[in-house]
Write a protein that binds this ligand. Structure first.
Ligand code: MIC
Ligand code: SF4
Length: 643
């Protein structure tokens, strides 16, 4: 039986476990990436492990999220990360160099290699034929120390692409269609593998748009083959020597196949407040808009920018619309400044932002009250833009640019004929904003620069045997990490200070939660389906840990968040019978007993609410059980290193 491409790469990197669906396997990680919003914590954890120099082929620390620097906190984080990177063998991508995923694709991604990143959109690297996975900072820290990464052996979903995209329909519309069909939890436990003759019609940055937003399916990762288009991209980046052709065996067996005829797709939009609430732009056409934002790790490549500049060229942004554009990297910004595309954007009235995440994570450009914002980003969760009552629509750069001119949602196919957009054979290469680490002989003399806002890792303790604690919060389905631990300009600067940031935990849902949880001392949270979807931020587990949350009881979990809870030593429990969700109310006291024995040996955990008994499952691996018993991954790693 032939292998899928994902299986081939996983097999080559397998260090533990066997290739059986649903079993835990350990994978060697060749490369790591971090960004600054998760990076400080990841490096505090890395340093705590005591490994002097990273044991990967390539580790890169990017600064791209917290670049507003409205106080000293962000700049201190940048200096801290830069100094850790220099000391411990990590390349440092300085602020201004671009968004981690875009830069990593351009400068470091290698077909066939594995990459783990402390950001959920790390699967962008799948556009180059990598197995690239998003994870919590602690898992990335372990990988930097040479430890393996543990995942459940995934299902492989094949998306077979046929035909060719029509004019003004683009890669964003492809991934919106996949999300429309599969939903925001349709990819949990799966790798999405793209095949079919339509693959070769897409360039690497277009493929990367698709694999990037595969994160919104909850998928472990997404991957494209490595072929002549991959070689073309690597040549343009002056890196053809890392090219290897890679594809699935012709007789590969997939768990499920979805066929998409590219030629039949039309411009799509994900409506508020979920990436799977997808409708054709045609049906929304004419809706008045207030803002357009173009950029983010999903749609900020040179090709995206060239198309946008073409649409804006010689025109003026509608008087009622604010258009902001953030090119994805210094390379992209520099190239559009040389080829005239930037001037077209500026002349049309676009507000040019630095190459960083910016508005995507609510760092500036929040829409007006009840504002309608079209964004080429990947997430439109409630409140993420910084304006609670704004309506964010996720669209392609073509749709955003066309609409910015008309002031209403506009189907870009009304633009008429589309020219053939050509990319240069050689891209501008200048890695001067990547600082290389100190030589091994000099590393001891590098001082770690730690600002006053950088607090330590919260206190952990081995799992207790019984609990009798109140339910401090009950929430519904599809709770995102933006609900649990919001970001944005006010809160993001506190990422290195868990006591401070925890004051904002769950405030999107209930402003009184942090104070209540802290006062209760110990509690459990109850939730519905797909709890913890979205970001990889381990802060969504560390803030609850700090606030005394001992267990989270839900109908189902999103992958990265479940792993982060385990890493933080918080029990991730699911209802054996989902209807039992109704039986627990906020304020009820929940009793859990014989925890250590059940966590160790398996079996149901029985929650008692007075006379009522509710069976709960702890669906985790043997290793996860040991991590929970030890009080979290940091303690477990210290224990195992000690042994
Ligand atoms: C996001 O898009 O939500 C982020 C900000 O990039 C996060 C990481 C973080 O919260 O720092 C992610 O996607 O993992
Ligand atoms: Fe940055 Fe947005 Fe991409 Fe997250 S999704 S890495 S915030 S650009």
């Amino acid at each position: 039986m032939g292998l899928t491409l994902a299986e081939k790469i996983l097999k080559e990197h397998l260090v533990e476990g066997s290739f059986k669906k649903g079993e835990q396997i350990a994978i060697k990680m060749d490369q790591t990436l971090t960004q600054d919003a998760t990076g400080t914590m990841a490096y505090i954890e890395y340093v705590a492990m005591g490994v002097p120099r990273v044991r990967t082929e390539k580790s890169v620390a990017y600064i791209d999220h917290n670049t507003l620097q409205s106080g000293f906190e962000n700049a201190d984080d940048h200096r801290f990360i830069g100094s850790v990177a220099k000391k411990h063998g990590i390349s440092f991508s300085r602020p201004g160099n671009g968004i981690c995923h875009q830069v990593h694709l351009e400068r470091f991604g290698v077909p066939g290699k594995t990459l783990i990143g402390s950001d959920s959109h790390t699967p962008t690297g799948g556009g180059l034929g990598m197995i690239a996975i998003g994870a919590g900072g602690l898992d990335v820290a372990v990988a930097m120390g040479g430890g393996a990464y543990y995942i459940t052996y995934p299902n492989i979903i094949n998306v077979e692409l046929r035909g060719k995209l029509s004019a003004w329909v683009s890669a964003k519309d492809v991934i919106l269609e996949v999300i429309r069909r599969l939903s925001v939890k349709g990819g949990v436990g799966s790798v999405i593998e793209y095949t079919g003759e339509g693959v070769k019609t897409l360039s690497v940055p277009e493929r990367a748009t698709i694999t990037n937003m595969g994160a919104e399916l909850g998928a472990t990762t997404s991957i494209f083959p490595s072929d002549e288009r991959t070689l073309e991209f690597l040549k343009a980046q002056g890196r053809e020597e890392v090219y290897t052709p890679l594809s699935a065996d012709p007789d590969a067996v997939y768990d499920k196949t979805l066929v998409i005829d590219l030629g039949e797709l039309e411009p799509l939009a994900a409506c508020p407040h979920s990436p799977d609430n997808v409708k054709p732009v045609r049906e929304l056409a004419g809706m008045k808009i207030d803002q357009c934002c173009i950029g983010s790790c999903t749609n900020s490549s040179l090709l995206d920018m060239i198309k946008v500049a073409y649409i804006l060229g010689g025109k003026t942004v509608h008087p009622d619309v604010s258009l902001a554009i953030a090119p994805g990297s210094k390379q992209v910004l520099s190239m559009i400044s040389q080829n005239g595309a930037l001037a077209k954007m500026i002349d049309a009235g676009a507000r040019i932002l630095e190459s960083a995440c910016g508005p995507c994570i609510g760092m500036g450009q929040s829409p007006n009250s009840k504002g309608i914002s079209l964004r080429t980003f990947n997430r439109n969760f409630e409140g993420r833009s910084g304006t609670r009552d704004a309506g964010v629509y996720l669209v392609s750069p073509e749709t955003a640019a066309a609409s910015a001119l008309t002031g209403v949602m506009t189907d870009p196919r009304t633009l008429g004929d589309m020219p053939q957009f050509e990319l240069p054979e050689k891209f501008l290469i200048n890695d001067n904003m990547i600082t290389l680490p100190a030589d091994e002989k000099d590393m001891d003399s590098v001082e770690i620069l730690r600002g006053p806002n950088i607090a330590g890792y919260p206190k952990t303790e081995p799992l207790c045997d019984s609990l009798s604690v109140p339910c401090s919060l009950k929430v519904g389905d599809n709770i995102t990490t933006d609900h649990i631990m919001p970001a944005g300009a006010k809160i993001l600067p506190l990422r290195s200070n868990i006591p401070e940031i925890s004051k904002f935990c769950f405030t999107v849902c209930d402003e009184t939660f942090p104070a209540r949880a802290k006062e209760l001392g110990a509690s459990v949270i109850v939730g519905g389906e797909n709890y913890g979807q979205g970001s990889s931020r381990e802060h969504a587990a560390l803030a609850p840990l700090y606030l005394g949350v001992k267990a989270v009881v839900v109908k189902s979990f999103a992958r990265i968040h479940k792993a982060n809870l385990i890493n933080a030593g918080i029990l991730p429990l699911t209802f054996k019978n989902p209807d039992d969700y109704e039986k627990i109310s906020q304020g009820d006291t929940v009793e859990l007993s014989s925890l250590r024995e059940t966590v160790k040996n398996g079996g149901d955990i029985i929650a008692k609410l007075g006379e009522t008994e509710i069976p709960l499952c702890l669906d985790i691996s043997e290793r996860d059980r040991e991590i929970l018993l030890a009080g979290g991954l940091l303690d477990y790693t210290r224990e195992t290193l000690g042994k």
